[in-house]
Structure formats: structure tokens, C-alpha cells
Design a protein around this ligand. Sequence first.
Ligand SMILES: [Zn+2]
Ligand SMILES: [Zn+2]
Length: 300
Amino acid sequence: MFATITIPFPEYLGKGKATHVYLLKDENTVLIDTGLDSKENRTFIKNKLKELNISTIDYILLTHGHIDHFGLANYLQKEFGAEILIHKLDKDKLEDYRNAIKWFDENYELIIEGGYSREELNEIKNKLINVINMIELPESYRIYENLKLNIGRNTITSIHLPGHTPGSVGYSIDDTIFCGDAAIEGSTAIENFRRELDSLQKLKCFNNIYPSHKKIPLTRKDIEKLENHFIDRLEEIIKITKNGMRLKDIVIRIYGDKIYESPIRALIPIRQVISYLLYLEEEGYVIRKGYLWISTKDSL
Ligand SMILES: [Zn+2]
Ligand SMILES: [Zn+2]
């Protein structure tokens, strides 16, 4: 019913990593996400599509506004004529990817007080800006809130799965869903942890869950495993912050102190830990005292 094309990350953005994109062929041809842009990837996807006898794409459905998902969209639109669609809450990312830096600026004090030096932050930020400057944003695209797309015998329905980003969606056909980054095996890059948990509940209604990274497909059991992984992480934070801890030390305890070559990868653990901490704070498990996070309970 569909073909999976796995698009590698260029080395500078994460060696050995890749994005699964999905090609659905009915009366219309649909590509769900596109993978990261690079000279090599343009040739790679063009050849793959040729192998699959695809000469036109009607729709590119984006699961969310991250570059490993929309990176090749502009190129593919020009080459294959596709209309690009994205949920309205991720529109700002397609308008101007520098919006990704906004989070950085908004949380500057929190990160500085958390123990990251200005030099360290500026280095990550400058690398990120370099990457952003190379990004080709799609020239035209359509936004929607709820999508029902008839592509022939099949109808694709969007399922809002916020958490990873505000406008994250899955695209469903019957009991199959292509869920983007709403669930990734053992991995958890998110903007809003509480919403992410709700989205995982929604995913459990599907029998076949196809994420954009790592293992495919995921089963309901895998989603439960992911929920347990989240609980373990929360428990770990509650445990290690018993006597108070700075953000940076929490990040290092959980993710190790390896400074990633890739600026985007360096940011993910920081964002992730902040999303856990804010959730635990809201739920009354941790409090903030100056630059320290302190747990107030022994466990969840
Ligand atoms: Zn993402
Ligand atoms: Zn991704």
C-alpha cells in the first residue's frame, strides 16, 4: 500500500541517522515528509522515486515543521509539482526557520542560570544559525487545522499529535498512522511533555504506527514502553534533584557530557530536560530555588 524511503542525515547533522518518509500511491501520489536537504539527498530521492515509477507527486504532507521533515520539500515541489500541506500551528517554522532560535532566546536566562556559559551557548547558536542559513524554505504551501484528503480509494485523515511541536500531526488511513516524531523508539525530543503524553494515548488507538525515525513499525506495546521510559526519566530526575541540581548537571547526568558536533543535537537534551522539569514543577514534584531544581517528593 505504501513504500518507505529512508533518507540519510548529512554527516554534519548526525552520522548514521535518517528520516523515514512514506510514499502512498493511489489515484493521487502522496509523500509524507521529505527528509533533510543536501546535494546527495536530492539525487538519492530522485533515484528512489524513479525506481518506484513516480514522475509526479500530488501532495507532500508534513508531519511537522522540522528540517529533517520538510528539508527537501521545496526541491521536490519544483521537480515533481507537489502541493505542500502543514498543520497551521507549525506554520511559523516554515515561514522563517529562525523562529527555531526564538526558543533559545526566550529561555536564555534559564539556560545561563542552569550552568551553561555564554560562550557555550553562542557556539551552539552560531552553528544553528549557519544551518538555518542553508535551509531552503518551501515557496508555497497550504495550512490546515483538520485535513481529510481523498486520494482515490483511500482517505487520509490528520490526527493532531502536539507535544513534539505544537503543530505535530499523524496521517491516518484505517488503522495505520504515520506519526512523524510524536513517538520514536526510546527517544524523546519534545516541546511540551504533557501534550506529548496525551498524543501517545491517541496513538494507542492504531494497530500500525509508522514513525519518522528508528524502528518501524511501532506497536501499542512499543508505545507503552515509551511511556515507561518517560516515567523512568521523571523518576530519575526526582531522585537526582533531592539535594538540588543545576540544569546543566541534570542534562549531563541523564545524557552524558558529550558535546555534540551537531548544534541541533546539542540542543535536544537541554530542551528535553527543561520540558521534564517544567512538567514536574507543574505537578508539584520539583521546585525552583534560584538556579537549583529541587525535588519535593521521593517518587511519582
Ligand atoms: Zn521533529
Ligand atoms: Zn525528526
